[in-house]
Design a protein around this ligand. Structure first.
Ligand code: ZN
Length: 207
């Protein structure tokens, strides 16, 4: 008897439905993956990468962590970025945050949360960079603006990584994007962080 049998039943139904539509789907997919997109998003269960942009398996390479943070010492995230850029040769890296992010809220609430507080320090750094703007907002607006600012800062972080900088040096076609998702209405918003060159990144970082 399998544990969590109902999930295996759901898996069977899902695979059957896809094969009914395209009998060769899984055999073709098993031969190779050629995704154009690397998605770096929040671990929140309500923000599933493929479903939000309505893309099937094989189209999006995904890394998720609490509050979609790119840290220059995080070997897990950087390895994903390296593999995506240098081996899979993705053309786009999307950093996608979401409004009402629990990680962002926790970073602002001055309470102790255990081990995760070390991770949330990275978001508190973002708050510090933008303290003046954030201090003018009410609590709800401050959380949501920090969700946006965190995406913007993480786009800069991934752009300044050696992997992305080296890709641009060899003229690889690689764009960065900063998006934010609303759990309340299912819609994505573009935060105008589409960056295609090291020079464009420098310009954004100086603004
Ligand atoms: Zn989140």
């Amino acid at each position: 008897m399998k544990t969590l049998k109902f999930l295996f039943d759901r898996n069977q139904g899902w695979a059957d439905a896809i094969k009914k539509d395209n009998p060769h789907f899984f055999s073709q997919l098993s031969a190779q993956q050629t995704p154009d997109y690397l998605w770096i998003g929040c671990s929140d269960s309500r923000v599933p990468a493929n479903q939000i942009v309505d893309l099937p398996p094989g189209e999006v390479f995904v890394h998720r962590n609490i509050a979609n943070v790119v840290v220059h010492t995080d070997l897990n995230c950087l390895s994903v970025v390296q593999f995506a850029v240098e081996v899979l040769k993705v053309k786009h890296i999307i950093i996608c945050g979401h409004y009402g992010c629990g990680g962002i809220k926790a970073s602002l609430d001055q309470k102790a949360h255990g081990l995760i507080d070390n991770w949330l320090r990275h978001i508190q750094d973002v708050s510090r960079f933008h303290q003046k703007e954030l201090s003018l907002l009410n609590d709800e607006d401050r959380i949501n603006r920090l969700c946006e600012l965190n995406v913007i800062e993480q786009v800069k972080n991934v752009g300044n990584s050696s992997v992305v900088q080296n890709a641009w040096k060899r003229d690889a076609e690689l764009s960065l994007h900063g998006w934010i998702y609303s759990i309340e209405n299912g819609m994505l918003k573009d935060l105008d962080m589409c960056i295609e060159t090291a020079e464009a990144l420098d310009k954004k970082c100086r603004l």
